[in-house]
Design a protein around this ligand. Sequence first.
Ligand code: HEM
Length: 449
Amino acid sequence: MEPFLSTKNKKEISIVFILLAILSLLGGILFGSISALQFIIPGFLNNLPFFKCRPLHVGLVVAWIFLSSIGGIYYYLPKYCNLPLFSNRLPKIHFWIFLCTGVVILSCYVVGKFGGREYWEFPPILAIPIVISWILFGINYFKTVFKKVGQWPVYLWMWGTGIFFFLFTFSESYLWLFPYFSDNIARDITIQWKAYGALVGSWNMLVYGTAIFVMERINDDAKIAKSKLAFLMYFLGFTNLLFGWAHHIYIVPSALWIRYFAYAISMTELLILAKLIWNWKASVSEAKKHFHLLSYKFIAASDFWIFINLILALAISIPAINIFSHGTHITVAHAMGSTIGINTMILLASCFFLICDVTKCTFNKIQTKLIVTGFWLMNIFLLIFFSSLLFAGAEKGRLIIEDKLSFQEIMQNISPYLTVFTIAGIIISIGLLLITIPLLKVIVKYLKN
Ligand code: HEM
């Protein structure tokens, strides 16, 4: 076996990012399942209560999104964009910083050492290595892509924008450390949610860029990534990144037009991505569909989830509904519906493409059957998972506003929905295991040889 992360093999680093990404996803769904069980079995795993399990779950699934996007970018630039990386050492340093900081963050959650805020609940000092790793990633990315002459495909713009704005908004999300911001509640909340909204916008840039890249590769046609529609989507996504946060601050007295503007943009962005995938599906030949069966399936599924999430986003943008839904499980449905249905589907498509390309693996009949079963389990039960969260949220909203029940009474009333949610979530996790175990086996075999 070659030394871990040897310098001889440039490809290896991206696959090690993907390995860590898949392990994070599996850890994430384990803690997600434990958190869900804690909703319905009070006292379940008392040593690891909900307030610790939730950040462990969210932290790990967010790590999955970043690691799989980053691993893809490090591989696709030299291999498919004809752009050798400016440095092959920096990705290795990036990887180790990510891994070590990640382990410290997870340990902090396990021992109950917090100090941060939503999404980044770890002690703020740990933001420093994260910023350093993104600076290294940014230097490597921009020094690499600036060598590209001629028209850039849209995904190069998207990845660059995602990297720059992640760094910017991540830093912004720590402004509360300064009394000027934390001393004024309206200023504090506005900045906080502006930063978080834009953060999601910046990771969407990385993921949607990856979707367009994978579509281009499956079809072996560079037109899609240079099309007007793709660039329109990029500009809308960019505007969304700058202004799309406004719907997060319903409780702050801001001008109404800002919220509607933000909603309209975020929805047109998704509509155009759906349209791009729709057009692409029609243009992929049967032979190519068959050859890239697994990647194709996951991208096609994300199209369905874009529409489902669009409908929900439209509904919760109506102020009368928003009053009910705000802070209930409907918000969780919105967050998980898009991170599982859209982001995870796209990133799994990229993982299949990348892993098969690097290792030249093919899956035998049984493995393919298992993966396809996992795919259907994941999609069917995601629909049930998502719907049960919507029902639980709607009921909770009604009970809070109309019946003014206590938290305990509300949880009792919505427990049938939460039971369905938990069972569906556990089946989604089984589906994800069926999908990812064959991938893990291939990676381990590749790294051993
Ligand atoms: C790819 C898989 C998954 C992703 C990307 C994901 C993502 C997320 C995100 C972003 C949140 C935060 C929501 C918010 O702040 O409103 C969340 C919360 C949560 N997730 Fe997941 N999730 C995944 C799978 C699962 C599974 C399989 C389960 C359970 C069986 C689960 C259970 C939970 C629970 C219980 C919460 C906390 C909800 C609350 O605070 O009320 N997740 N997840």
